[in-house]
Write a protein that binds this ligand. Structure first.
Ligand SMILES: NC(=O)c1ccc[n+]([C@@H]2O[C@H](COP(=O)([O-])OP(=O)(O)OC[C@H]3O[C@@H](n4cnc5c(N)ncnc54)[C@H](O)[C@@H]3O)[C@@H](O)[C@H]2O)c1
Length: 340
C-alpha cells in the first residue's frame, strides 16, 4: 500500500474523484491545485470541501499552489516526502488552446517540468501523469492504439500533452524515475467539467437552450465513465513500470522503453456518436434537446476510439460502466447539485 501520494489538480474533476477514493481507502494524500478560474471556481471549492469532510482520518492535506512556483513545490516535496506523484494539474481543453496557447505552455510545459524536477530531487518511486487521447491528432484508424504514431497533433493542447510524454520519458531515462503516462479519453460523470460536452449538453437540455452539434453531428467519442478511470489509475499506481526487457531498439515500441516508462490509453473501447449521447441524455432528463448543427471547429478531431488491449494486458480487465448507467448517475448528480 502506498502511504503518501501527492496529487496535483486535486480540485479538478478527475483529481477530486481520485483523491476521494484514495482517502477512503486509507491513503494519505497531499493535494495541490491553484484553483484557477478556467471554469466555475465554486465547483472546485465544493469538491475540496467534500475532500476535507472525507478525510476524517486526517489523511488529507491541501496546498493552493501553482505548478509554476517551484520553490513551494520543492518545499512540499521535502516536507511530505511522497512516494508516488500523480500529475493531473494542467490547462485542459482543446478549443481554448487555440486562443490561449500561453496558458498551456505555462501549466503543461513549464509546470510539468517543475514536477519532473521535484520527482528527480526527492527520488520518488512512481510518477503517473495525465496525457490525452488528443495526442492521436489527425489519425483516422478505426481505433487508437498506443502503438500508433502520435506525431501529428492538431491543437496546442495536444502538442503539450505529447511533450509531457517525451519529457517524462527523458527524465525516466536520465534519472531512472518509473513513470506511467495516461491517455484519458473524454471522461464524464458526477462533478464533471463544465467546459466539456456532457455538461454543456446537460445544461442546455435542462435550460432549454440550443446545443451546438459540431461537424453536423458526425463526431464520436470514447465516452469514459469517471469511476472506470479511477479504477484504472488505482491499478496503475500498484504497478510502477520497470524496464521492458523485450524492448528492441531496432524496432522500438512507442508505448514502452529500455527505461521504466510506459504509456496507456484509458478509455472506453466503444465509440459513441454525439447524436446517440444526446439522445441518451434527453431520455434520462425527460426533455428534448434543441440542436443547432455547425461545422467542425479548429483543433477538434472527428472520432476517438480507445484500443485498451495493452492496458488490459498490464492491469487486468477493468470495469466498463455501460453508457446508460453512467448517464443515469451523471444526471442524478446534476439534478441534485443544481436543484432541478
Ligand atoms: N477530463 C477529460 O476528459 C480528460 C481527457 C484527457 C485528458 N485529461 C487530462 O487529465 C487531467 C485532469 O483533467 P480534469 O478533467 O480533471 O481537468 P480539470 O480542469 O477539472 O482539473 C485540472 C485542475 O488543475 C488545476 N490547475 C491547472 N493549472 C494549474 C497549475 N499551473 N498549477 C496548479 N494547478 C493547476 C486546475 O485548477 C484544475 O482544478 C488534465 O491534465 C487533463 O488535461 C482529461
Amino acid at each position: 500500500m502506498n502511504k503518501n501520494i501527492l496529487v496535483t489538480g486535486a480540485a479538478g474533476f478527475i483529481g477530486f474523484h481520485l483523491c476521494k477514493k484514495l482517502i477512503e481507502n486509507g491513503t494519505r494524500i497531499i493535494g495541490i491545485d491553484n484553483i484557477n478560474d478556467y471554469y466555475d471556481i465554486e465547483l472546485k471549492k465544493k469538491r475540496l470541501e467534500i475532500l476535507s469532510q472525507t478525510s476524517f482520518k486526517k489523511n488529507w492535506i491541501f496546498f493552493k499552489t501553482d505548478l509554476l512556483d517551484k520553490d513551494q513545490l520543492l518545499q512540499i516535496f521535502q516536507d511530505h516526502k511522497p512516494e508516488t506523484v500523480i500529475n493531473l494539474a494542467a490547462q485542459a481543453g482543446v478549443r481554448y488552446s487555440i486562443e490561449n496557447p500561453r496558458a498551456y505552455i505555462n501549466s503543461n510545459i513549464l509546470g510539468f517540468q517543475n514536477i519532473l524536477d521535484c520527482c528527480k530531487e526527492s527520488r520518488i518511486k512512481h510518477l503517473l501523469y495525465a496525457s490525452s487521447s488528443s495526442v492521436y491528432g489527425g489519425n483516422i484508424n478505426s481505433s487508437f492504439s498506443e502503438l500508433d504514431s502520435v506525431d501529428h497533433p492538431v491543437s496546442v493542447y495536444a502538442a503539450t500533452k505529447r511533450a509531457n510524454e517525451l519529457f517524462a520519458h527523458t527524465y525516466s531515462h536520465l534519472y531512472n524515475i518509473p513513470s506511467t503516462g495516461m491517455r484519458f479519453f473524454t471522461v464524464y460523470g458526477p462533478w464533471g467539467r463544465p467546459d466539456m460536452a456532457p455538461m454543456i449538453f446537460a445544461n442546455s437540455i435542462f435550460s432549454r437552450k440550443p446545443i451546438k452539434v459540431f461537424n453536423f453531428g458526425k463526431m464520436s467519442r470514447s465516452f469514459t465513465y469517471i469511476d472506470d478511470v479511477i479504477d484504472s489509475i488505482e491499478r496503475l499506481i500498484q504497478k510502477p513500470p520497470s524496464i521492458d526487457k523485450k524492448f528492441d531498439k531496432k524496432k522500438p515500441r512507442p508505448n514502452s522503453s529500455w527505461c521504466p516508462h510506459r504509456i496507456f490509453n484509458i478509455g472506453n473501447n466503444e465509440s459513441i456518436k454525439l447524436e446517440e449521447f444526446i439522445y441518451l441524455l434527453e431520455k434520462e432528463i425527460g426533455k428534448n434537446a434543441i440542436k443547432e448543427y455547425e461545422d467542425i471547429k479548429p483543433g477538434d478531431v472527428k472520432e476517438t476510439k480507445s484500443d485498451n488491449s495493452i492496458l488490459k494486458e498490464w492491469i487486468g480487465d477493468c470495469p466498463k460502466t455501460p453508457l446508460d448507467q453512467g448517464i443515469n448517475k451523471f444526471i442524478n448528480w446534476y439534478k441534485n447539485f443544481y436543484n432541478y
